[in-house]
Each structure stands twice: as structure tokens, then as C-alpha cells.
Ligand binder design. Structure first.
Ligand code: ZN
Length: 151
């Protein structure tokens, strides 16, 4: 990644890293999980509220580097209203983007704002920072105890 797009992506990451959205404890959460990335020291607690099989609300708290915070912030923005399958499918696409970069079949344009993390694949040590929120999400959805929708 280089040039203007890289600079723009960097700006969004810094913005979300400094002022994460959906930050704080979520009242009435039906599932919570904690995640920790020992490589960097990032830690976060994720709260999800499931209703009718969908993520009615989602929030997180935690501390860590800008990438971990921005990734969690952008994730919570992307997931409201999605069901578990959609959320996990999005994680799959993010994972490909972060681990294979432009050599894989990632299509950042499908990922909306989450595409700002597409440059992270060039820094393998940072991939765990960017995926921490998503791994924690999976645990939180499992902890939420609803069946995965089969629609
Ligand atoms: Zn980190």
C-alpha cells in the first residue's frame, strides 16, 4: 500500500484508535467475552446483545495499540443488525484480507470501512492486533448461547 489511499486509511485507523466508537459496557448484553493478544498487550472485553438471532447492539472496552482499538471500533460499526452467520462470514473475509493481502481473494471494496485495515497484512506481527476483536466476537457469540441461524 502506498500513496494517498494508504495515508487515508492510516488517518481512519488513527481516528478510530483515538476515539473508538461503541466504546463502553453494554447494558443488557446477552454475551460477553474477553480477548488478549500477548504479543502486543492488547486486551478487550466485547459485549453483544442478540435479539431474534441478530446483533441488536454491540460494544467493547479495552486498551491496546491503535490497530486493535480501531479494528474493534470498525467491527462494532459493521456488525449491528447482522446475524451470527453474516458476522462470521465477514470475519472470514477480513481474515483473508489480513493474511493474504492482494495475493488472496480478498475484495476490500466489499468490506466498507473495514478495508482500511487491508494494509495490515504487510506487517504479520500486527495481524493479531487486527483480528483480536474478531476472535473475541466469535467467543462472545458462542457465549451468547443462541443457535446459529440456519436460514
Ligand atoms: Zn496491538
Amino acid at each position: 500500500m502506498s500513496g494517498d489511499l494508504g495515508a487515508l486509511y492510516q488517518e481512519v485507523i488513527i481516528d478510530h484508535g483515538r476515539q473508538p466508537r461503541n466504546f463502553g459496557e453494554l447494558e443488557g448484553a446477552t454475551g460477553t467475552a474477553e480477548g488478549f493478544n500477548p504479543l502486543c498487550g492488547d486486551q478487550l472485553t466485547l459485549y453483544v446483545k442478540l435479539a431474534d438471532g441478530r446483533i441488536a447492539d454491540i460494544a467493547f472496552q479495552g486498551t491496546g495499540c491503535a490497530i486493535s482499538q480501531a479494528s474493534a471500533s470498525l467491527m462494532t460499526m459493521a456488525l449491528k443488525g447482522k446475524n451470527k452467520q453474516e458476522a462470521l462470514a465477514l470475519f472470514g473475509r477480513i481474515h483473508v484480507m489480513l493474511t493474504e493481502g492482494p495475493n488472496g481473494h480478498a475484495q476490500p471494496e466489499e468490506l466498507g470501512k473495514l478495508a482500511v485495515l487491508s494494509g495490515v497484512w504487510e506487517f504479520p506481527v500486527r495481524v493479531k492486533c487486527a483480528t483480536l476483536a474478531w476472535h473475541t466476537l466469535r467467543s462472545a457469540l458462542e457465549a451468547a448461547g443462541e443457535q446459529v441461524s440456519t436460514e
